[in-house]
Design a protein around this ligand. Structure first.
Ligand SMILES: Cc1cc2nc3c(=O)[nH]c(=O)nc-3n(C[C@H](O)[C@H](O)[C@H](O)COP(=O)(O)O)c2cc1C
Length: 382
């Protein structure tokens, strides 16, 4: 069973992660993980903190000569800002920001200082999730499963959807300051962010994650918590700020007739000897039917609310005075949809890798490869 735990506060010494259940024999490079961490820190609309941190993950255990040995992988990302915080004394913060865990968390845990909530509720945690997901992505790459993420909308500015996926597309996405290949939309999105900043406001948006090369049969309908669409939705919802998740054409489908929604199945008269014969002409289901992957691309969209920390703060209360006041503004991002798309990519990597290992389980990469190969051979006969 693949599982992870993470720990760490936003201005604590470091973020920690433990991954258990990884097979032996997988090549894992810190450089790969760090490339994704850098992408998470990027994207137009980020705040000052990103100039302080240059996230780098260290793999502390479970790796010998660059290869996993089957034992738990221990990861650490240092918080550079921790040192700065040691030099200053911060008075207790008693005003919760609407839209954050501040209000409920302070009451729930009986704190006098809202900081004790926001330190852990902060999206700083997503740095470790990216590191952990990157390890899962390295496993999937061994089986030619690739994950793409890009921004579809920021505020009101929409980009066109990507329809064909290859390594060049990844380069194109990363070249854009908002991780979006639609040049005109990219410019519009940056302007929208600038306008929001000038007005002391923030923005949300939508990103899409597409996974190619996913075999038929990951996830299951036999128990509610094994449905892969449910697991992906849960993973995406756990990204701070994500308020809705859509698989395939989920939202549009709810307005249409069945005949216009479901993806018909075709069989050619002649099929190539070594390949699976059945195919679809459409993928409105987003690659998952009945909680199980159907061999098509898995397509997920996540909808983010705007950042809750505003330069022009919203009304709130002060727990100390019990009176109404305005929330405080502390250095913050204006828009994090591009960064969140990277987190989504790695959250998807984790869920797909978990389901993949459930299907083709083994203690070593070699064993898993054999299981996957035998399954592929079986598919050719169906
Ligand atoms: C990568 C990333 C960076 C974020 N940075 C900030 C930030 O600087 N300021 C802020 O107020 N919210 C930020 N957020 C959003 C908050 O974490 C989020 O709105 C908050 O946790 C409450 O969201 P929830 O209600 O979905 O849990 C960020 C989110 C992500 C994914």
């Amino acid at each position: 069973m693949l599982r992870f735990l993470d720990a760490g506060e936003s201005h604590g010494k470091c973020l920690l992660g433990i991954i258990e259940g990884f097979p032996a024999g997988l090549s894992l490079s810190e450089e790969n993980i760090n490339r994704n961490l850098k992408r998470r820190q990027g994207g137009y609309g980020r705040g000052e903190r990103m100039k302080i941190e240059q996230d780098r993950a260290e793999v502390l255990s479970g790796l010998v000569e660059g290869k996993t040995i089957g034992s738990p992988l221990g990861l650490m990302i240092k918080n550079k800002d921790w040192e700065n915080w040691q030099e200053k004394e911060y008075p207790p913060l008693t005003i919760p920001r609407p839209g954050h865990a501040d209000f409920s968390g302070t009451i729930k845990y009986g704190f006098k200082d809202v900081r004790k909530v926001l330190e852990r509720a902060s999206a700083r945690q997503t740095a470790m999730r990216v590191a952990i997901g990157s390890a899962a992505g390295a496993l999937l790459a061994e089986f030619n499963i690739e994950i793409y993420s890009y921004v579809l909308r920021i505020g009101q500015v929409k980009a066109r959807r990507i329809t064909s996926f290859d390594s060049k597309i990844k380069t194109e996405i990363n070249k854009s300051p908002v991780y979006c290949i639609d040049g005109i939309a990219s410019v519009g999105m940056c302007r929208e962010i600038d306008r929001a900043r000038e007005k002391g406001d923030t923005l949300g948006g939508v990103f899409e994650v597409v996974i190619t090369g996913v075999p038929i049969g990951l996830g299951s309908y036999v128990q509610w918590d094994r449905r892969l669409d449910a697991r992906l939705a849960s993973a995406f919802m756990s990204i701070p700020g994500v308020k809705a998740v859509e698989i395939g054409e989920g939202i549009e489908a709810s307005e249409k007739k069945g005949s216009a929604v479901h993806d018909e199945i075709f069989a050619p008269e002649e099929s190539e000897k070594d390949s699976f014969r059945y195919y679809r002409k459409t993928n409105r289901a987003g690659g998952i039917e009945g909680g199980v992957t159907n061999g098509e691309k898995v397509v997920i969209r996540a909808y983010l609310k705007p950042i809750p920390t505003l330069i022009n703060p919203l009304r709130s209360i002060d727990f100390a005075t019990k009176k109404e006041t305005r929330a405080i503004y502390q250095r913050s991002d204006i828009c994090v949809v591009p960064a969140a798309s990277v987190v989504g990519e790695e959250a998807a990597a984790w869920e797909i890798a978990t389901a993949f290992l459930e299907k083709f389980s083994g203690d070593s990469l070699l064993e898993i490869k054999e299981n996957s190969k035998n399954y592929k051979k079986r598919l050719q006969k169906i």
